[in-house]
Design a protein around this ligand. Structure first.
Ligand code: IPE
Ligand code: IPE
Ligand code: MG
Length: 244
């Protein structure tokens, strides 16, 4: 499959719950089932990399009760999902600011990443305590610590990001009807195709993912060039000469 990486902003859990007279925690529980469903669907489609936005840096400002429910769900996910990830050849890779997460959650993350490290069929990225701006700042700080900030290049900065080694997303899907990035993969999505779905995340199913893929396949990715100057269309490239 020519497409390497799909990133998803899983939005709409709260509204899904509200429509049913349920608590927001119930919405997140249904959202976590959708995440498992879409992970399996991505794996079946032969997708090399899928990254799910589960918790943003800004989400940490939500009420304590909701954060507690999200923490409980995440811990349950990490405690129970590993055997299924291993069975399906899926490697888990958590991105985000570990300093924002509780120590026991970090231990579970490290353990799950270690246990799934041999997975070769798909990388599942999970963004937790993740913010694109925070990630770029942490990358710059890391380069500065290593004395490499004075000769920074696009590849050196990219290799200091949480996503080092992963391809940039080809397609970014946001469910729930909003049309914004909400601080997700700001650097990596420079030339990503965006797809907005009105479906609330807990209702998002394999057929919706397939609809997004069909839409993606109709698009022409030009990376700033014209169709005549395009080939080979592998991604953005730096110009050779100066603009005159
Ligand atoms: C997305 O659903 C999940 C997280 C941000 C953790 P929301 O909780 O944002 O759901 P809405 O947007 O309120 O419906
Ligand atoms: C984005 O959704 C974050 C996640 C899905 C994890 P939000 O619901 O937090 O985004 P805003 O507040 O509508 O921009
Ligand atoms: Mg939301």
């Amino acid at each position: 499959m020519e497409l390497q990486h799909i990133a998803i902003i899983m939005d709409g859990n709260g509204r899904w719950a509200k429509r049913r007279g349920l608590s927001r925690a119930e919405g997140h529980r249904a959202g976590s089932r959708a995440a498992q469903r879409i992970t399996r669907a991505g794996r079946r489609l032969g997708l090399p990399c899928l990254t799910l936005y589960a918790l943003s840096t800004e989400n940490l400002l939500r009420p304590a009760e909701e954060l507690a429910a999200l923490g409980k769900l995440l811990r349950h996910y990490l405690d129970t999902e590993v055997p299924s990830l291993i069975e399906h050849g899926i490697r888990l890779r958590v991105i985000g600011n570990r300093n924002l997460l509780a120590a026991d959650l970090n231990r579970k993350i490290v353990a799950a990443e270690k246990q799934t490290a041999a997975g070769r069929d798909m990388t599942l990225g999970l963004a937790l305590g993740y913010g694109g701006r925070d990630e770029i700042v942490r990358a710059a700080q890391a380069l500065a610590r290593r004395g490499r900030l004075r000769r920074v290049t696009e590849p050196s900065l990219a290799s200091a990001l949480d996503t080092a080694g992963l391809p940039d997303p080809d397609l970014l899907i946001r469910t729930g009807g909003e049309r914004r990035l909400s601080n997700f993969l700001l650097w990596q999505s420079a030339y990503t195709e965006l797809y907005f779905s009105r479906v609330l995340w807990p209702d998002f199913a394999a057929r919706h993912l397939q609809a997004a893929l069909r839409d993606y396949r109709q698009r022409e990715r030009r990376f700033g060039r014209t169709d005549a100057s395009l080939a080979p269309a592998t991604g953005p490239v730096r110009p050779q000469g100066k603009f005159k």
